[in-house]
Design a protein. Structure first.
Length: 621
């Protein structure tokens, strides 16, 4: 052997020594978590707020940090911890995406570390634990709920709480020490501050109690679970109390299951199956929001289920605990289907299952299932090599072809997951309507005060099919404070175009005033009331129940006039000089009446009734 060969082997030996030591698995897991956080940082910092996020921030700015704000359900979610995060971000700089992203990323780092710790405590320092860890870190299942802030403030802390609860419960199963019951209960309580889907963790804990014990047969396992009665009484009281509080704050009403079969079928066949193998590999087209649905090729779905079916047959024939994990998966997906059907089935029916983030709440259970399938697990006795061990890690399989095959499969699945994830993330990095709209508004508000009419925000920015309740500038832009003034009546206002650019307001007329009798003035308005008749514009559509109107006038001084229409009277602010006063009206638009309340003299030359439009191409003074 030449000196060059000896030197090369020495370099390889030095480079790989850390991975062959007792800490090799821990080092590999830490590197994987670091890689995930680096990737997620790139993904998240390039995104922006969306739909519900704007309503959350608007509400936070005008709310105290009290129980009303924290414990008011939103769209069936009871999420006090999430609203605490919202309150913190809302009381920083307006629309501070960097702060919002940083908080999410820190909690994700904690959740990923908790996941790894749980897996090592579950199975020991075997290289196989990197398979379920890799699934949690890189599979697409958690990405949609991570990118959309409204979902991230719920799902990411919930995943952290779930892994903490599973770890503490595992320690109780092995030691039967009371302190682990208390720690499990604390973790469950943390999860209850996140979302109602913490109940999924209870299902996983029961599964662990049944299959990680020394009982023989079904009867022995059940007896072992009954011996844990102190733990289950504690957990049961927590869950019963939580469900009572949840139903009191968020009554179920008369909702029923809608299209549960279609939701389950779509969720399993087209979403969950491909996700296990790195899918969906392709996403559907994006509308107004960066929320594409998975659109895996038909051949890929078929191939996926051939692989999954082969794996299931192998698991069922060879390993009983892993077979039971498949039952856990079925129960969890069924429970998730029920929740999705109750909450979203009426609106989206079977298509609701195409939203991957609805599976993000199941991530800890999916990790547990993958762990049972990938790692041979023994009963309650701790594995030979745990976090505190100093001896060598479990040996990898001695068959080199088998090792190579497992490594190749892992690499292919990981590669597919990264391709799928990147395709999804790029939609969030693009200039979707809500992002363009709000970024433009914020940029203009930094330069000058915006005077906006309270016209509805475009549907492409904030749809009306959700529980946002925030639809007009006076509701939405509260984080900008006095940099945005919005109202239904004002002089020389602006309106926003679909891209969020402010232009002087104009009315596209459907009815207009007839010419006034005073030459060079039109209608002269003083202390005596002056009625102005409005006539239809030839060829224009009739006005609707609600309409916008503009009054062009010239005044000799500032003051207030009385504006009357359809039996309604309101104040009209008058400014010296030439101006346009805009207001929102309703009912027939046949006549308006003006009366000066002091010695103000107005000349009104035109009144227009119709719909609002930006006067593009005209600079705002």
């Amino acid at each position: 052997m030449s000196h060059a060969d000896i030197r090369a082997r020495a370099i390889v030996d030095i480079a790989t020594r850390p991975f062959r030591s007792s800490h090799g698995v821990l080092l590999a897991g830490a590197l994987m978590i670091t890689a995930q956080l680096a990737y997620r940082a790139w993904a998240l910092y390039g995104g922006y707020f969306l739909i519900d996020d704007f309503g959350f921030l608007a509400k936070a700015v005008t709310s105290d940090l009290d129980s009303d704000f924290l414990f008011t359900p939103y769209g069936d979610h009871l999420q006090p911890l999430g609203f605490l995060i919202v309150w913190i971000v809302g009381h920083s700089e307006p629309y501070d995406w960097v702060l919002a992203s940083s908080i999410t990323l820190v909690i994700q780092a904690m959740a990923s570390t908790a996941c790894f710790a749980f897996l090592v405590r579950l199975a020991g320092r075997t290289w196989r634990v990197l398979i379920p860890l890799g699934f949690y870190l890189f599979a697409v299942v958690t990405l949609p709920g991570f990118m959309w802030w409204a979902a991230a403030i719920v799902q990411v802390p919930l995943q952290l709480a779930a892994f903490l609860a599973l770890t503490a419960h595992l320690e109780h199963l092995r030691t039967r020490q009371t302190r682990w019951i208390a720690m499990t209960s604390a973790a469950l309580l943390l999860g209850m501050m996140c979302d109602v889907k913490i109940v999924f963790v209870g299902i996983a804990m029961l599964f662990m109690s049944l299959y990680l014990n020394d009982g023989h047969g079904v009867r022995g396992r059940v007896q072992d679970v009954l011996a844990q009665w102190r733990a289950w009484v504690s957990y049961g009281l927590l869950f019963v109390g939580y469900v009572g509080v949840y139903l009191n704050l968020n009554p179920a009403g008369d909702r029923g299951l809608v299209a549960p079969g279609a939701i389950f079928d779509t969720m399993v066949r087209f979403v969950l199956g491909p996700l296990f193998l790195g899918g969906p590999w392709r996403w559907g087209s994006v509308g107004d929001a960066p929320l594409p649905a998975p659109a895996p090729p038909e051949w890929a779905v078929t191939l996926t289920w051939v692989v999954v079916a082969t794996l299931v047959v192998h698991v069922v024939r060879r390993r009983r605990p892993a077979s039971a994990a498949l039952v856990l998966l079925l129960v969890a997906v069924t429970a998730n289907t029920v929740m999705v059907s109750l909450a979203r089935g009426e609106i989206f029916r079977g298509a609701a299952a195409l939203e991957v983030r609805y599976l993000g709440d199941l991530a800890p259970i999916l990790v547990l299932v993958v762990a049972f399938v990938a790692v041979p697990l023994e009963p309650r006795r701790p594995p030979r090599h745990e976090l505190g061990a100093t001896s060598a890690p479990d040996a990898v399989p001695s068959s080199r072809p088998r090792v190579a095959l497992i490594g190749l499969a892992f690499a292919l699945v990981l590669g597919g997951a990264m391709v799928s994830s990147t395709q999804y993330v790029l939609n969030w990095h693009a200039s979707y309507p809500a992002r363009t709209f709000f970024e433009n508004v914020v940029a203009q508000a930094e330069d000058r005060q915006l005077m906006l009419l309270d016209q509805q925000i475009p549907l492409t920015v904030i749809p009306r099919d959700g529980p946002t309740g925030f639809e007009v500038p006076s509701q939405v832009f509260t984080p900008l404070g006095d940099r945005v003034v919005a109202g239904m009546r004002m002089n020389d206002p602006e309106v926003l175009d679909p891209n969020g650019i402010a232009y002087p307001a104009s009315v596209q007329p459907r009815r207009v005033s007839t010419p006034g009798p005073v030459e060079g003035c039109g209608y002269r308005v003083g202390r005596t009331s002056r009625s102005i008749t409005l006539g239809a514009v030839p060829g224009a559509e009739p006005v609707g129940d609600f309409w916008w109107a503009s009054i062009g006038y010239l005044a000799n001084r500032d003051g207030v006039a009385t504006l009357s229409f359809n039996g309604v009277s309101t104040d009209m602010e008058v400014r010296r000089g030439l101006h346009d006063f805009f207001f929102l009206g309703s009912g027939p638009a046949d006549e308006v009446t003006l009366t000066s309340r002091s010695d103000i003299i107005l000349c009104v030359d035109n009144v227009r009734v119709g719909t609002l439009a930006p006067l593009e191409g005209v600079d705002v003074p």
